[in-house]
Design a protein around this ligand. Structure first.
Ligand code: C2E
Ligand code: MG
Ligand code: MG
Ligand code: MG
Length: 284
C-alpha cells in the first residue's frame, strides 16, 4: 500500500516538474519573441507625489507584457525568467529607452527605472546607460535608477562600481523595497544611494492594531533623514496611511490611493494641469 502511494506521489511530482519546466520554457520563448515585437512590451508610469504639497515629483517606469494569446503577464512572472535567461539586459535597455524618450516631453520631471542586479553585474552597464542618455538627449539628473539591496552586497564589486559611476554621471540611485533585504538600519549611513523606498509590506501594516509597522516606518524615515537620504513610501492605499506618512515626515508617496501606473499620455495630461489634484483625489 505504502509503496504504491509512494510511487503515485513520485509520478505526480515528476509530472508537475515536467509541466513547470515546459511552462517556463514556453514563457522564455514567448518573451524572446515579445522583445523582438513592436507592441508586446510597453511601459506604464506611476506618479510619485510630495507628501507635504501633493505636487507630482516624479514617475516610476513599470514594464508590461501583453502576450498575444495569454493576455497581460505580470512582471513577477516574466522578470525572474528574464533574469535567469539574461534577457533582462534587453528588457532593461528597452524600458530605459522608452522612459528616457518619454521624459523629454516632461520638462525636468524625475523618471525612475528599475534595474536588476543581473544588469548591474555587467561591467558595461554604466556605459550602456550613458549611451541611452546621450542618444535620447535627456539630462542625467532627470534619471533615477531603482536598485535592490542585493546589488549593494555583490561579491566582486561590479554592481557597486557601476552604481558609483552612474552617480558620478549625475544619475540618482534609489534603494527599492527597503526593509526586505539584508540591510540593517545601522547600515543606512554607509549606503551609497540617494534615497530609499520603504517597502509596501511595512506601509500595508500602518493603521493595523499592533502598531509595529508604523513604528518601523517611523524609525526608517527618521534614520534616513538623519543620514541625508530622501524617502518614498510605496503602496499607499488608504487615506490613513497617507496621513500617517505625512506626519512621519516621509518625502514622497506612491500608491494606488494617488494613482495606479498609467500611460505616457496620461502623465503628460497630468502635468498639463488638467488634473490639478489634492492627494485625496485619484488621478485616473
Ligand atoms: P517595484 O519596483 O517595487 O514597483 C512597485 C510595484 O508595486 C508595481 O508592481 C506597482 O504596480 C505596484 N504598486 C504600486 N502602488 C501600489 C499599491 O498601492 N498597492 C499595491 N498592491 N501595489 C502597488 P508591478 O508593476 O507589478 O511590478 C512589480 C515589480 O516588478 C516591481 O516592483 C519591480 O521590481 C519589477 N519590475 C517592473 N518593471 C520592471 C523593469 O522594467 N525592470 C526590472 N528590472 N524590474 C521591473
Ligand atoms: Mg521600483
Ligand atoms: Mg519598489
Ligand atoms: Mg516593492
Amino acid at each position: 500500500h505504502a509503496k504504491s502511494a509512494g510511487r503515485g506521489r513520485y509520478a505526480v511530482f515528476g509530472q508537475d516538474m515536467d509541466a513547470i519546466v515546459q511552462e517556463r520554457r514556453s514563457i522564455e520563448q514567448d518573451f524572446r519573441r515579445a522583445l523582438d515585437s513592436e507592441d508586446q512590451i510597453t511601459v506604464l508610469f506611476q506618479p510619485l507625489f510630495s507628501a507635504a504639497s501633493g505636487q507630482i515629483t516624479g514617475v516610476e517606469a513599470l514594464a508590461r507584457w501583453d502576450h498575444p494569446t495569454k493576455g497581460r503577464i505580470t512582471p513577477s512572472v516574466f522578470i525572474p525568467v528574464a533574469e535567469d535567461t539574461g534577457l533582462i539586459e534587453r528588457l532593461g535597455e528597452k524600458v530605459l529607452t522608452i522612459a528616457c524618450r518619454a521624459a523629454r516631453g516632461w520638462g525636468s520631471l524625475k523618471v525612475a527605472v528599475n534595474v536588476s542586479v543581473v544588469e548591474l553585474r555587467n561591467p558595461n552597464y554604466c556605459m550602456k546607460v550613458a549611451n541611452i542618455i546621450m542618444a535620447t538627449g535627456i539630462n542625467p539628473r532627470q534619471l533615477e535608477l531603482e536598485v535592490t539591496e542585493s546589488t549593494l552586497a555583490d561579491k566582486n564589486g561590479t554592481c557597486e562600481a557601476n552604481i558609483a559611476a552612474l552617480r558620478d554621471f549625475g544619475i540618482r540611485i534609489a534603494l527599492d523595497d527597503f526593509g526586505t533585504g539584508f540591510s540593517s538600519l545601522s547600515r543606512l549611513k554607509q549606503l551609497t544611494v540617494d534615497s530609499i523606498k520603504v517597502d509596501r509590506s511595512f506601509v500595508r501594516g500602518i493603521g493595523s492594531s499592533s502598531g509595529s509597522d508604523a513604528s518601523i516606518v517611523q524609525a526608517i524615515i527618521d534614520l534616513a533623514k538623519a543620514t541625508g537620504l530622501k524617502t518614498t513610501a510605496e503602496g499607499v492605499e488608504t487615506a490613513e496611511q497617507e496621513k500617517h506618512l505625512q506626519l512621519a515626515g516621509c518625502d514622497d508617496l506612491q500608491g494606488f490611493l494617488m494613482s495606479e501606473p498609467v500611460s505616457e499620455a496620461a502623465i503628460t495630461e497630468l502635468l498639463s494641469g488638467k488634473h490639478e489634484r489634492s492627494t485625496a483625489q485619484p488621478v485616473r
